[in-house]
Design a protein. Structure first.
Length: 368
């Protein structure tokens, strides 16, 4: 090959490489609104010493920016915030009241649409369920009493329930908007969290039938993957009448056995690429750098520890001790923990739950 062509090829490689680096550097902010600018989540973000303050700020900034910019209830950001953040009240204080107010306002908007239209309207059943779950968690951990808004949200959610016991769901955004099972899980968590709600509706025969139908669906339906089995275990630990003790112990064993040698868990171990949702992300998942190695991530490590803690596994037990140590060693400069999105290579919104879950797991361990 002529020397000039060789030089040209080298220069072309340098230019292409540099443009790729510049392109990576110019990824849009993950969250942005007003003065809040949360940089894009990246696998190469520097690791820091554990900082509960930074993690809490990341959750606050994410929910504020998403709510202001997108003006909707999302499962991956403000929905996760109000589902998890109230449990952190003992150490971090009460969650942001503006997020709760937005949920109440959105409940009023959705209530006006009408049940028939809501029932099969894109993400709206999920939004109603996440509103109910968030308000229920607020009642459980902040005010310690059932609010009229939580009761209204739960009743609306069950008006949208289908005859199988679950809700209409999209199947394209794993792990949250990826199966009807996810919606059922969140609805059951809302029921379990709402203080005194089950007793309050004891005489409502129609509603009790729907609650029993939900329990039956969660406990007996064919599950799409092991990630759903983790959700089944978590739900059964909150709401009675779903699984017996032996079934719970089997799922605890499954979850424990998936722990990786470094102490963490990987969400990519809990389903094949084709099993997520409708399988529409399989090509992306098989091409990503994580496909061969399935590295530990914040979302699954935090979730696994939370579920095992609720199952009665001691924080001093070897698996939890190693898992908690993984969390302490892998927080990033922004305050979040890294998890690559199952959906795209841009926003990586799963890092939000991948920060909320670890933060709650660390609080429950009492030694951040």
């Amino acid at each position: 090959m002529p020397r000039s062509l060789g030089i040209l090829n080298v220069l072309s490689f340098v230019v292409i490489t540099a443009s790729c680096v510049r392109g990576a550097d110019k990824l849009p902010n993950q969250y942005e609104a007003g003065d809040i600018k949360v940089a894009a989540a990246r696998a190469d973000e520097p690791v820091i010493d554990i900082s509960i303050k930074k993690a809490a700020e990341h959750l606050d900034h994410g929910t504020i920016a998403w709510t202001q910019q997108k003006k909707c209830v999302s499962c991956h950001t403000n929905g996760t915030y109000l589902f998890i953040r109230p449990s952190l009240t003992p150490t971090l204080g009460a969650p942001l009241t503006e997020t709760r107010k937005f949920f109440v306002d959105q409940l009023a908007v959705l209530s006006k649409i009408g049940v028939r239209k809501l029932r099969r309207s894109g993400t709206r059943p999920a939004q109603v369920i996440y509103i109910a779950a968030g308000l229920a968690e607020w009642d459980a951990h902040v005010t310690k009493e059932l609010s009229p808004e939580t009761d209204e949200a739960l009743r609306l959610a069950f008006e949208l329930q289908n005859k199988e016991g679950t809700w209409h769901s999209l199947t394209c955004w794993p792990p949250f908007e990826s199966s009807a099972y996810q919606e059922a899980h969140m609805a059951a968590m809302a029921v379990a969290a709402a203080p005194g709600w089950l007793d309050a509706v004891r005489e409502d025969d129609e509603l009790r039938v729907k609650i029993d139908l939900l329990k039956k669906y969660i406990g007996t339906t064919d599950l799409p993957h092991d990630y759903a089995r983790v959700l089944q275990l978590w739900t059964s630990l909150r709401l009675t009448g779903i699984l017996d003790l032996e079934q719970k112990q089997t799922l605890v064993k499954l979850l424990s056995e998936k722990q990786k040698p470094d102490g963490g868990w990987s969400i990519r171990q809990f389903a094949t690429p084709e099993q997520w949702g409708s399988g529409n992300r399989a090509g992306k998942l098989r091409e990503e750098p994580e496909f061969a190695t399935e590295p530990s991530d914040g979302h699954m490590t935090g979730l696994a520890i939370l579920v095992l803690q609720e199952a009665g596994v001691s924080n001093d037990e070897d698996s939890l001790r190693r898992g908690l140590n993984w969390l302490r060693k892998h927080q990033r400069k922004s305050g979040r923990w890294w998890t690559r999105s199952l959906n795209t290579n841009k926003s990586h919104f799963i890092t939000y739950s991948g920060t909320a879950y670890p933060l709650l797991a660390l609080q429950r361990a009492s030694t951040p």
